[in-house]
Every structure is written in structure tokens, then in C-alpha cells.
Design a binder for this molecule. Structure first.
Ligand SMILES: Cc1ncc(COP(=O)(O)O)c(C=O)c1O
Length: 476
């Protein structure tokens, strides 16, 4: 890559070039072994004589910063040690950040290595991903003529993918929609962002589940909403506890996040009636319902809704991979236009080759086959973890019945006082990663417990990990 050099600064031209190259080495923008542009080339770019550049190089060679090899060129010496420098605003000139960002905890750095027994919530098993087929499909798209490559696409996303999604959710979830109602997003998270930006006024109330999905709660706060936590019981969100001012209600009815219970049919009807009466909108986050192991599926809010108040949100993070960043929303007709416009202003559209590959994956029937295959595997893991918790952890934990998704949760046995933070800490020291329910609570009175993700761990590993975890409840 060409190093950026200008003629700015003081002193003679050679001195200016010398200083900038020297600084680049000190800053480690140029690293030991990097090759410098030929003097003739740099002189041409700067419109100075070749001699001016050569003198700067010779000085740096004489000082041992550069080495010159006849016939090969000039390089940064292997002995020089620079240090990446960061710029700080001078005291008193701090750059101001909107105060609401100060109230948000920064995400921890992504772990360089995965824990040996990773029960973290929301991760699918990458070993089950069809890498070979996916590579073929993406390679097929990455050729001249498959897309109108030099132009931007539709902000709603690749048309073939929107059609494929509508067929997929129409059959598997009875969601009623046309391709024009769908906006393809970078994961469900961007769908939530899009909805918040389009419908929320500053200070308006958003009701979220308690315990619930922290990225949704935090996102709505950063959009300037007043976020109110509403308790969840055995039937789902307690509709009678929704604040009267709520404009937007975010729920996970198929598989409550993180408790795992489905929202009952009567509660669904109550929620829709509430929203209609108060002119509120409901976000139905259906992030992992493709994996169902027990119990009958219930109709999604979207298909029960007769007044266009439900925005259905889906994600391919669990059935494919989170790294692909593909999700979508299904908009009521009145919101289609504003959503398209907002999407265009946010990022125009996601990555089209990936979207086109996914469209083919769905159209060729491969997605349905993949879901059937991995659901069998996850069903075994779900059964293993549920049985082990019921059998070997009953002294401390009470499993919350759940027949879908990639995680289960368990409350601490009523009346038992257990320091779960200590348990989790001890588990981490043994290579076992689990989260407490309090990690998903906004800090009010929710009872504590543990959430077990089983997506990323093969069955034998689940058994080993739980054995280790059991010891952490009863340390010697
Ligand atoms: C409640 C909930 N919604 C949505 C998602 C998926 O988010 P995304 O599609 O942005 O990866 C997850 C993932 O863990 C989730 O737990």
C-alpha cells in the first residue's frame, strides 16, 4: 500500500519528507520489513525532483531506520521499534458524548478463545453449518452478471430473498405477508433499530419483558425512549402491568427470552386487544422458534392480528450463523414506506451476494432440510440438559418447562439462598460458562436462576460440563 506523504510542514522539501516517513515508522504505521515506494515513484507523486526524495531516504538509511538492498528496494529496518500512538483530546477539550451512552455498559471484548464448556445463550453449533453447500452458493453469486454489481440495490433487500422468506415463514409459521412487506436487515437487531427510529418520539414509552433481552432494552434507551420493564409469568408478558402510555411493546412470544416459556393463546389475545385499544404497536421477536421439541406451536401474534399493529421480526442467526448478519422484519402496510426510506438512510441495504445465496438455499429446499437435521440434534441436547438438571440439580434448581429454541432456564428452588455469582465464578474457573437470570434483568425483583444455552455444545460435552457445574454448587 502506498504511504501517504505530503509536502506540508516547515523546512526544506527533503526535511518534510524525511520527518513524515520517520513519524510513520515511530507510529508503527510503517513496520519492520515494509517496503518503501521507489524514489522515482514518490517523486512523481509529490511532483518534486527524484534527488529530493533520495536525500530523505539516504538520511533514514544512514540513521539505521531504513535499509537499502541493491536491486530490491528500500525497506524499514528490522531493528527499529516504534510504538502505536493514540491521540488524546487536550484536557478541557473533551469530546462530549450524548449522556445516554454513558449509562450503557460497553460490551466486553470478544473472547480470544471459547470456554471449554460454553453454555452461553444464543449460539448455534457452527459444526452443524453446511459450509460446503454455502461456499458453492456464494461462489455462484460472485460472478459477473449475477447481480447489477455497479449499482446499489433496493433498500428492502434482495427481491428473491424477500420472496423466499415470505414462503418460508408462510409455511413454517403461518405468517401472512407479501414480499413487499419484508425488509431484510443485518440481523434482528437492525430490525429493532429500524422500528425504533421510525415509530418512536423522544421520551415515549417502550414496554419490554422482565427478565428480557438486554440488547433490545438498551437499544430503545439509546433511541431516547423511556423503557419500562413489565413482568413475565407462566403465560408470558403480564398484559395488565403494561404502562398505559406504552407506544411500543417488545415481546418474544414463541420462546420467551430468557425464561423459555411460550406466551399462552389467551395472553396473546389480551396483548393484541390492549394494543388496539391504546393504539400501540407490538414487536414480535421470533428469533429461534424453528426449533420446537415439545408442545404444539401457537399462532404468531402477526397472524392473529387484524388491525396491522404487529411487526414480526425474524433472524437467521440461529438456523444459519450469527456472523452472516441476516434478519428481517414484516411490516404492516402503513409502515412499509417509512421503513424502506429509513433503511436506505441507515446502510442502503445489506450484503447482496449473501442475501442472494440465502434465497437459493431456501428455494432449493435446503433450508427446510437443514432445519430438520439440526433440530433433531438440538432436540437430543435439549432432552439431555433438561433431564440432567431435573435429576442432578433438584437441590438447587427448578427447571422452567420449555420445548423450543436453544436454551433453557431454571429458577433457584424457592426458599433456598444460593450465591449464584459465586457459583458462576467457580464454574468459569473450571472452564464452564453459564449466565445467571439476573444478567437478563433490569435489576428489579425477578427471582434468580441460571440460563443454559445448549446450541454450541455437543451432547457428551453438555454432560461433562454439567458434572463440573454440579461441583461448583457444593464446593469443598
Ligand atoms: C431475543 C433475541 N432476539 C434476537 C436475537 C438474534 O439477533 P440477531 O439476528 O441480531 O443476531 C437473539 C440472539 O441471541 C435473541 O436472543
Amino acid at each position: 500500500m502506498d504511504i501517504h506523504v505530503t509536502l506540508q510542514g516547515r523546512g526544506d522539501l527533503t526535511g518534510r519528507i524525511y520527518r513524515q516517513l520517520f513519524d510513520a515508522v515511530l507510529d508503527r504505521r510503517l513496520r519492520p520489513g515494509d517496503r518503501l515506494p521507489a524514489t522515482r515513484e514518490l517523486a512523481r507523486r509529490l511532483d518534486v525532483s527524484r534527488n529530493t526524495v533520495s536525500l530523505a531516504y539516504e538520511r533514514l538509511v544512514a540513521e539505521g531506520v531504513f535499509t537499502s538492498r541493491v536491486g530490491a528496494g528500500t525497506f524499514v529496518s528490522s531493528q527499529v521499534v516504534g510504538q502505536a500512538r493514540t491521540r488524546r483530546a487536550p484536557e478541557g477539550h473533551r469530546i462530549r458524548v450524548r449522556p445516554l451512552w454513558k449509562a450503557i455498559t460497553e460490551p466486553p471484548p470478544v473472547r480470544a478463545s471459547t470456554p471449554v464448556y460454553d453454555f452461553s445463550v444464543g449460539s448455534p453449533d457452527a459444526a452443524l453449518f453446511p459450509f460446503t453447500v454455502w461456499r458453492r452458493l456464494v461462489a455462484r453469486e460472485l460472478r459477473p452478471g449475477t447481480l447489477d454489481w455497479s449499482r446499489y440495490g433496493d433498500p428492502s433487500g434482495h427481491a428473491a430473498l424477500r420472496t423466499a422468506i415470505v414462503r418460508h415463514i408462510g409455511i413454517s409459521r403461518s405468517v401472512r405477508a407479501s414480499a413487499d412487506d419484508v425488509i431484510v436487515t443485518q440481523g434482528a437487531q437492525q430490525a429493532l433499530d429500524l422500528i425504533g427510529r421510525v415509530v418512536l418520539h423522544q421520551g415515549e414509552t417502550v414496554a419490554v419483558e422482565e427478565p428480557g433481552y438486554p440488547p433490545a432494552r438498551m437499544l430503545f434507551r439509546t433511541l431516547g425512549a423511556r423503557v419500562v420493564s413489565v413482568p413475565v409469568d407462566g403465560e408470558g408478558l403480564v398484559v395488565s402491568a403494561i404502562p398505559k402510555t406504552a407506544r411500543l411493546i417488545y415481546v418474544t412470544p414463541s420462546h420467551q427470552f430468557p425464561l423459555g416459556t411460550p406466551m399462552s393463546l389467551s395472553r396473546r389475545a389480551m396483548l393484541l386487544a390492549w394494543a388496539e385499544e391504546r393504539n400501540a404497536l407490538v414487536i414480535e421477536d421470533d428469533y429461534d422458534s424453528e426449533f420446537r421439541f415439545q408442545g404444539r406451536p401457537l399462532d404468531p401474534l402477526q397472524s392473529l392480528d387484524n388491525s396491522g399493529r404487529v411487526i414480526y421480526v425474524g433472524s437467521f442467526s440461529k438456523i444459519m450463523l450469527p456472523a452472516l448478519r441476516i434478519g428481517f422484519l414484516v411490516a404492516p402496510a402503513s409502515l412499509r414506506g417509512p421503513f424502506r426510506m429509513a433503511k436506505q438512510l441507515m446502510d442502503w441495504h445489506g450484503e447482496l451476494p449473501t442475501q442472494a445465496a440465502l434465497a437459493r438455499y431456501i428455494d432449493e429446499g435446503l433450508l427446510s432440510r437443514h432445519i430438520r437435521k439440526v433440530a433433531r440434534e438440538y432436540a437430543t441436547r435439549h432432552a439431555t440438559i433438561s433431564e440432567t438438571i431435573a435429576r442432578h440439580f433438584s437441590e438447587w434448581l427448578q427447571l422452567i418447562p420449555s420445548g423450543a429454541g436453544l436454551h433453557v432456564a431454571a429458577h433457584t428452588v424457592p426458599g433456598r439462598s444460593i450465591d449464584l455469582t459465586q457459583v458462576v465464578r467457580r464454574a468459569e474457573a473450571s472452564g464452564v460458562l453459564v449466565r445467571t437470570l439476573s444478567n437478563f434483568s433490569s435489576g428489579s425483583v425477578a427471582p434468580d436462576g441460571i440460563v443454559f444455552g445448549y446450541g454450541a455444545l455437543a451432547t457428551e460435552r453438555i454432560e461433562e460440563g454439567l458434572k463440573l457445574l454440579r461441583r461448583c454448587f457444593r464446593p469443598r
